[in-house]
Design a protein around this ligand. Structure first.
Ligand SMILES: [Zn+2]
Length: 250
């Protein structure tokens, strides 16, 4: 028989959990949690939130906590957000919706520019004074998953570009969805945001979802012989904007 949840555990946690109702059910957002981060050798203090999608909608958080040990969450990676400064109330805040990239973010792969964009956006947020970095765990390989991405890389080593490779495996070029991240953003900030991206489609997706976007900040860099073709495909096929002075075609 399962043991009842310790009342102290529940009382500590329930103050830090927020219920966000969605069309499919609910998002449970936990945080803020203190997260000191090593950013280019300096310790920077962020606040961290993580969220979980559930069909069950309840404000009785004990029901949700009770399920955690039996639902294998490690098999389904969750998304999270790093917040810096007075994010909720500051007039101007910059944000990034970063798609998880196992090879780029963790291993530092130079086949793409994700690792650079991740660190650079954290740096830009701290320099700006406030902002948020959403780390979207179901976006691997533009939403095709890590294993399929490995197969797409095999195709890319055989002459396919990134778009052709995803399509060759039966996927649409870009299967990413930002709905959950937008819901979370709305829960932690009410004012407009500036989006760090080179991708006008991402900007449009957020505007279509009713998000108030006050501008766009480009995020190019770390161009090398290994990712030049990948970056060119982003511009030529996926409609990414070339920003003056930072054009990867140079
Ligand atoms: Zn990447």
């Amino acid at each position: 028989m399962k043991q009842a949840l310790d009342s102290k555990v529940l009382s500590v946690l329930e103050d830090k959990i927020q219920l966000i109702k969605t069309e499919k059910g609910a998002i449970y957002l936990v945080g803020p949690i203190r997260l000191p981060v090593n950013l280019y050798g300096e310790t920077v203090e962020f606040k961290w939130y993580c969220w979980l999608n559930c069909e069950e909608v309840t404000e009785d958080f004990e029901r949700i906590i009770d399920k955690l040990s039996s639902v294998n969450l490690a098999e389904f990676q969750q998304s999270s957000v790093l917040v810096y400064g007075d994010f909720e109330y500051a007039d101007d805040a910059i944000i990034r919706f970063h798609s998880i990239c196992h090879t780029g973010d963790i291993f530092g792969s130079k086949r793409c520019d994700c690792g650079f964009q991740l660190k650079q956006s954290m740096k830009m947020i701290t320099e700006h004074g406030n902002g948020a970095l959403f780390y979207l765990a179901n976006h691997e390989g533009r939403g095709i998953g890590l294993f399929s991405k490995a197969m797409a890389y095999v195709l890319q080593e055989n002459g396919y570009d990134t778009v052709e490779a995803n399509q060759g495996l039966g996927f649409v070029d870009d299967a990413r969805n930002y709905d959950d991240a937008i819901q979370v953003l709305r829960a932690i900030r009410k004012k407009p945001v500036t989006l760090m991206t080179n991708n006008p489609k991402k900007l449009q997706a957020l505007k279509n979802a009713g998000l108030e976007v006050s501008g766009r900040q480009p995020l190019w860099g770390d161009v090398s012989e290994y990712n030049e073709k990948y970056l060119q495909t982003k511009i030529q096929k996926s409609g990414h904007l070339e920003d003056e002075g930072t054009c990867p075609n140079e």
